[in-house]
Design a protein around this ligand. Structure first.
Ligand SMILES: [Zn+2]
Length: 570
């Protein structure tokens, strides 16, 4: 490829709307342009890089024996109604109507179509196991698209689905994916963590996420540096740090006190002079149409995922003020557990506490000396998010919380879709049984974004060779110099002949401009063809280290091949 013929619209300045590094650099390096909020055009360099990522994913999926298919992005509502997700997905699902006013959606995942396809065709255990995958465009109606390609409304995913006769079969399919994902992300040159995850709206049991640590991420993971425990914050469990002040001792009775205008935990803490951890936080949530009172320590946050699992309702919601008034006789800000007839679930951090502060269920009043198990009864369970400073359940060491970008996710779906949508096969005994399924995703653009977040400097991207749009850019310092021009063209052809993906910067630009652009677009190697060429040498520059080596013109391609082999061995 000749740079002079390409559309590579690089920008000198960082676009004001971009906050995270990958968004800034994808715009500056001319990889992408925004078309609408969360919708982007992928220009030449982005598409080349994404195709290389897709190539690696496809090779590894094929190698595990998965079969590539392509399912429609446009889905009829009926399939999603059958699984129950037409309602559960809420506003995240793009919905539309056809000319006959029939409901359709743009799929964000394909469990429904896979199950519907399988149930018409798979009849016997002899046809199992199956693993089907696709690399396809998905849609998600994000409330706040942001961070460039990290949170978008249209994106490319590799998604695969396993169908097995029994749990042992599912274990094997899950393991295959786990191993293939490691090979894929290793080959893409990423540093990543594998964490236990909650499967959320997908349903199912076991689940792992593949995460890249980055400030640009929006997922939080909890990690123990001592024993290696790692889990998504929504799922992670820990020993809570002790409350900031000891509880008053003794068998004290609840006592009402006036708290005019103090509604939040922080306001009551300031008013009483006691830390937030001395209070109970009361949340009223509606699950399966009924209100529940959820109690947490004042300084703790609810894990919505844990609560959804406890309540058995992923579509739970906060109660409306009128519903709260009905159930408690008071407004939010003065709610508490004493004298309440609702189901009460309380976080484990409240078990064993004494004489705490809670709302009095009377506007502008609180109670002191409220003791769980004495002044009210509750079911105790783990409902909260892990906080910094909590202790590891396994080893007691303090836990770290880090921001990450999710690049892959594997789930055991179990029987959720095969059961609700009626997928059955006969087993060896001739009985009709329900197969068990798994679902596995990789975000293609996220691999590129995560690589940029991990590997960039003030001058631009430093992409791993396997996913860079080109491996080498050959830069003659002066195209008007015949010797330089000829040497550059010879090196370019030798690279192509050797299978090295080369770009020739034949533009009539100042060398400084060419070097800046080459650094910006993240090509791992640059060959500078300058005055030394009269002595038969050129400079080989490594983008990451900026290290320069003089190399004979005739040996450039061989040297590059050798360095690429070295980078694979890393
Ligand atoms: Zn630990």
């Amino acid at each position: 490829m000749l740079w002079s013929k390409l559309f590579l619209p690089t920008l000198r300045d960082t676009p004001a709307e971009a906050e995270v590094a990958s968004h800034q650099l994808l715009l500056r390096a001319g990889y992408i342009r925004q078309v609408a909020a969360g919708v982007y055009s992928y220009l030449f360099l982005a598409q080349r890089s994404l195709l290389k990522i897709i190539g690696i994913v496809r090779q590894e999926m094929d190698a595990m024996g998965a079969q590539e298919i392509l399912l429609p992005a446009l889905n009829p509502a009926e399939l999603w109604q059958e699984s129950g997700r037409w309602d559960v997905m809420g506003d995240n699902l793009f919905r539309l109507k056809d000319r006959f006013h029939r409901d359709l959606c743009l799929a964000m995942t394909h469990e429904e179509v896979v199950t519907a396809t399988a149930r018409g065709e798979l009849r016997s255990y002899k046809q199992l196991p199956q693993i089907w995958y696709q690399i396809q465009t998905k849609f998600r109606d994000e409330v706040r698209p942001k961070s460039g390609l990290l949170r978008v409304r249209q994106f490319i995913m590799k998604d695969s689905y396993s169908i097995d006769l029994d749990a042992a079969g599912l274990d094997a399919a899950y393991r295959k994916h786990y191993d293939a994902y490691r090979r894929i992300f290793d080959r893409c040159g990423l540093k990543y963590l594998i964490v236990e995850a909650h499967s959320g709206a997908m349903g199912g049991s076991q689940s792992h996420e593949f995460m890249v640590e980055s400030e640009a991420g929006e997922d939080f993971i909890v990690m123990c540096r001592n024993c290696g425990y790692a889990a998504n914050r929504e799922k992670a469990a820990a020993h809570s740090a002790p409350p900031s002040a000891p509880d008053p001792q003794g068998d004290l009775a609840p006592e009402e006190f006036h708290t005019p205008g103090r509604k939040t935990i922080a306001e009551v803490s300031e008013f009483t002079g006691l830390p937030e951890s001395s209070q109970m936080k009361s949340l009223v949530l509606i699950a399966h149409g009924k209100p529940l009172l959820v109690l947490l320590r004042g300084d703790h946050q609810l894990s919505e995922t844990k609560f959804a699992a406890v309540a058995g309702d992923p579509a739970f919601r906060p109660a409306h003020p009128a519903e709260i008034r009905d159930a408690f006789g008071a407004d939010p800000g003065s709610l508490g557990p004493v004298g309440v007839s609702l189901r009460i679930v309380a976080d484990l951090a409240l078990q064993g506490r004494r004489n705490m502060i809670a709302g009095a269920n009377r506007d502008d009043y609180h109670l002191r000396h409220v003791t769980p198990g004495e002044d009210f009864q509750a079911e105790f369970m783990d409902l909260r998010q892990v906080e910094p400073g909590d202790a590891c359940l396994s080893c007691g060491a303090p836990l770290d919380i880090r921001k990450t970008v999710e690049i892959g996710h594997i789930f055991k779906l179990g029987y959720k879709y095969s059961e609700s949508m009626g997928l059955h096969v006969t087993n060896p005994a001739g009985e009709e049984v329900t197969p068990i399924m798994g679902s596995y995703g990789i975000g293609i653009e996220r691999i590129l974004c995560a690589a940029i977040e991990l590997y960039h400097d003030k001058d631009g991207m430093m992409l791993p060779p396997a996913i860079a749009p080109f491996t080498v850019v050959i830069t003659p310092v002066n195209m008007a110099d015949a010797a330089q021009k000829t040497a550059a063209e010879n090196i370019y052809r030798a690279c192509l002949d050797a299978g090295v993906d080369a770009l020739l910067d034949d533009r009539d630009e100042r060398p400084g401009v060419k070097f800046k652009d080459a650094d910006l677009i993240g090509v791992p190697f640059r060959v500078t063809v300058g005055r030394k060429v009269t002595g038969g040498a050129v400079e080989l520059v490594e983008r990451r280290t900026k290290k320069i080596t003089d190399v004979p013109v005739s040996e450039v391609a061989a040297q590059l091949l050798e360095r690429l082999r070295g980078s694979h061995a890393d």
